[in-house]
Design a protein around this ligand. Structure first.
Ligand code: TRP
Length: 386
């Protein structure tokens, strides 16, 4: 146990997970727990950085996500499963780390920039809607009688207000860059993540490619701390999650925000609905049209859940001797069978959600012990152990 290397990874609690998570992340975690001392964190404080207004679903989102971890092979005997906000030491280390990072370093964080761009686009979109309403109202009221002039005026009003909005939104001279879009917590998101990782003195961090900039900052903070106060932290290395090999039902990347997911242990009825309405090759309209399986998500599902027949299906599809409905019915039946054990296991926890919290409490205890151990060293090295 002692000499095994430490892994930490985590997720923001987003509720039930999909088969993209299963193949891309969870199966990998389950393998890693055999060879490493593994910590898996439910990053609820990270979730709050953007979802702080309505927190009513947070608790059940945590339960649902952890249930999916458990039924996908993450074992509480082999891994430490814990909730971030239960380990207050993360907050302490976050505060100490916040002294070691410059403001401009955080403002360069690409995740922050993406978030700001998204929010700005969203804001502009809603403001354009408001603008349309205003322009219509004004022109209707003033120029009820004259249709032609109404349209001209409406256009002019829109043009004027839109320019004002855009100037305002993208102006360079606001006091602080991103000042009113980003809260303090979100700015510090990667610093908190560094605390998550380093408090367990993790050597390895399995993550998606999008998280690499956060690991880079973690490494910088670890080096900075070590050089200022003495060697405490290993410099953690990433292991990249497997590239998403399961497409969503619309052929794009499987993602909750695209509404194209298939859940781990999805129930039969909704699985059927999702498969039968799934996107297929748009050029294959009739059964006998030749198809293009390589770009068809249903064929991808055959490759995963019906491997032994996939070659045959491919040939038939290309030749135009197999229809999409048949293809979908067959893959539904295979996937339905695949889901069965997951549904069974999920049921146990659904019936008694307290089981999940019992597991978390056990994990919390182990995580807290390890985290406090690190903090004792950190306080001592920083000479703040008075
Ligand atoms: N930011 C990560 C994500 O959105 C979640 C996370 C929080 C994390 N703390 C972590 C991942 C520590 C790895 C290590 O996916």
């Amino acid at each position: 146990m002692g000499e095994r290397k430490v892994i930490l990874s985590g997720n923001r609690p987003t509720g039930r997970l999909h088969i993209g998570h299963l193949f891309g992340v969870l199966q990998n975690w389950a393998k890693l727990q055999e060879d490493y001392e593994t910590y898996f964190e439910i990053a609820d404080w990270h979730a709050l950085t953007t979802k702080y207004r309505d927190t009513s679903s947070l608790k059940s989102d945590i339960e649902d996500m952890v249930i999916d971890w458990l039924i996908s092979g993450i074992s509480p005997e082999k891994s430490v499963i814990f909730v971030q906000s239960h380990i207050k030491q993360h907050a302490e280390l976050h505060v100490l780390f916040s002294m070691l990072v410059s403001l401009s370093r955080l403002l360069r964080n690409p995740t922050l920039k993406e978030y700001v761009a998204e929010r700005e686009a969203l804001k502009l979109k809603t403001e354009k809607k408001t603008l349309n309403r205003i322009a219509q109202n004004i022109s209707q009221k003033i120029l009820k009688e004259d249709e032609e002039r109404k349209e001209v005026l409406e256009g002019k009003i829109k043009e004027f207000i839109l320019k004002e909005l855009e100037d305002n939104l993208f102006s360079e001279d606001s006091e602080v860059p991103y000042g009113d879009i980003v809260n303090y917590g979100f700015l510090g998101y990667p610093v908190l993540q560094a605390a998550d990782i380093l408090i367990y003195r993790a050597h390895v961090v399995p993550i998606g490619k999008d998280q690499l900039p956060h690991l880079e900052l973690t490494r910088e903070i670890a080096r900075r701390f070590n050089s200022l106060y003495g060697e405490v932290f290993p410099i953690p290395e990433p292991i990249l999650n497997e590239f998403a090999k399961v497409p969503g039902t619309d052929g794009r990347k499987m993602s909750k925000s695209y509404n194209n997911t298939i859940l781990i242990g999805e129930d039969a009825e909704s699985l059927k609905k999702k498969i039968m309405s799934s996107y297929t090759d748009p050029q294959k309209i009739r059964k006998n049209d030749p198809g293009h399986p390589d770009t068809c998500p249903v064929f991808h599902y055959h490759m995963i859940f019906n491997r032994e027949n996939a070659e045959n299906i491919k040939t038939e599809c290309i030749k135009g001797v197999r229809g999409c409905v048949q293809c979908k019915k067959e893959i539904f039946s295979k996937m339905d069978t695949f889901m069965e054990p997951y549904r069974e296991k999920r049921k146990k926890y659904e019936e008694k959600r307290d089981l999940v919290w019992d597991i978390i409490r056990e994990g919390d205890k182990k995580a807290r012990e390890k985290a406090e151990g690190t903090m004792e060293i950190v306080r001592e090295k920083m000479k703040i152990n008075y």
